[in-house]
Design a protein around this ligand. Sequence first.
Ligand code: G1P
Ligand code: ZN
Length: 544
Amino acid sequence: MNSIEISTRPFTDQQPGTSGLRKKVQVFQQPHYLENFVQSIFNSLRHYRDKTLVVGGDGRYYNRHAVQVILRMAAANGFGKVLVGRGGLLSTPAASNLIRKYEAFGGIILSASHNPAGENGDFGIKYNIDNGGPAPEKITAAIHAASLTIDRYLTLDSRDIDLDTVGTQRLGDMQVEVVDAVADYAELMQTLFDFDRIHALINSGLFSMRFDAMHAITGPYAVEILENRLGVTPDTLLNCTPREDFGGGHPDPNLVYAKDLVDIMFTSQAPDFGAASDGDGDRNMILGRNCFITPSDSLAVLAANAHLTPGYRRGIAGIARSMPTSQAADRVAEKLGIELFETPTGWKFFGNLLDAGRVTLCGEESFGTGSAHVREKDGLWAVLFWLNLLAVRRESVADIISSHWQTYGRNYYSRHDYEAVDADGAGQLMARLRELNGNLKGKHFGGREVAYGDDFAYVDPIDGSSSERQGVRIGFNDGSRIVFRLSGTGTRGATLRVYLERYEADRALQHLDAQQALADLIRAAGEIARIPHYTGRDAPSVIT
Ligand code: G1P
Ligand code: ZN
């Protein structure tokens, strides 16, 4: 079957953000929009002829259509084979695993993560390289450059592939293999964690839990792993049938958007353990009875206890966290005598460190935790890791975190988001902070003295590439800090993120409400950045 060439004209807005290209569905539905971006990906790559590509997505509206488009274009562009999850579905970590396991050339993941889905929601697409991780900036920049000069794309005039039957089909000269989306991933989890021990805990009669898939991709993964292999009862699993519109919800596992689960967990009769994952399965939230574990603390606890699981029993090489993530993990790294890396926001910055074997665990405050087992953050992996710790330690989640703070101290932490504010105002706020921050040293805010102010820049220790302007940091003399940055994943206006952190070594003061414990810093942040003035908002829209 011959490929056909379609002429097109560039779109000027195809610059990938923190995690691929995310736009409203209607933007993707413009004629040639998706095709231009896919061809721009291929145009930025070399030597993929006859190689394998992995394709799948989080199942949101437009996923099925996009998979068919990509299959035809991959065939027309000369790929030898595409591995696609049944129904066009793959969680982000499962896609990363397939790329690695089957030594694919790369993968295309269709996801806008936790952003709302449906005809009026968001859609997204990103390219992952052969290590299974998000393309580094060098490649995303090349894709963007290609999108600005594109004048044609290649496709086939062919029927749709049957995506619902596992097996191999042909599309032109290319093989399409529809694979079970869950099996390889479940197998990988079984190599990392002690399923027998977790099974014993779950079936001990002394333990109860809930897992909320938020109507998104992790549903089938949770059914196979938690129910079929680990024996939880079906009523343990909430919202596990994926829907194209994610049930009209916002599948971001945090205290605001996973409210149903939070309500279940904050009662005296609550289950022992609660967890949720996001739209594409890479984020996680961990809860105990009346207890919320911040993602930054979760990373620190996993690092401190990794030796209790089969997959990490020989210890971990190092830890990486994104800059705005709290410094709780730093204290664990220090105690373990291992390296700690501070990277810019976004999982793509962990890839080189993982590939070089310098780190084993990675985490972001934005409910992302993961390890060297894939090159994406991994929601269910984090849930299984916690279950493994609970099965070994036989303590409550609340007791585990309290004893962690007793040993290491507590890093009070919170993120305040001002979502969908006016982009010009947000830009001015950041510009003013960048001007100010060099002159803040020595100034006082709410009883604290500013020790430094800078704009975070990162030089990758493996390949020497540098990334500037990654967030304004203001540090105080007592070690507390405030970080300001603008989101790179939003699709409406701008989102200002304010990250607040303060360390508390005194055991008697480690059980305050985080917002109260951070009240002075929250006030200082508003004052320094003049947030109401530039955003028109008196309060954040989301607090995590
Ligand atoms: C957000 C998070 C970031 C995460 C990214 C993709 O990016 O803050 O940690 O890697 O989503 O899940 P942001 O919108 O802040 O650019
Ligand atoms: Zn996600």
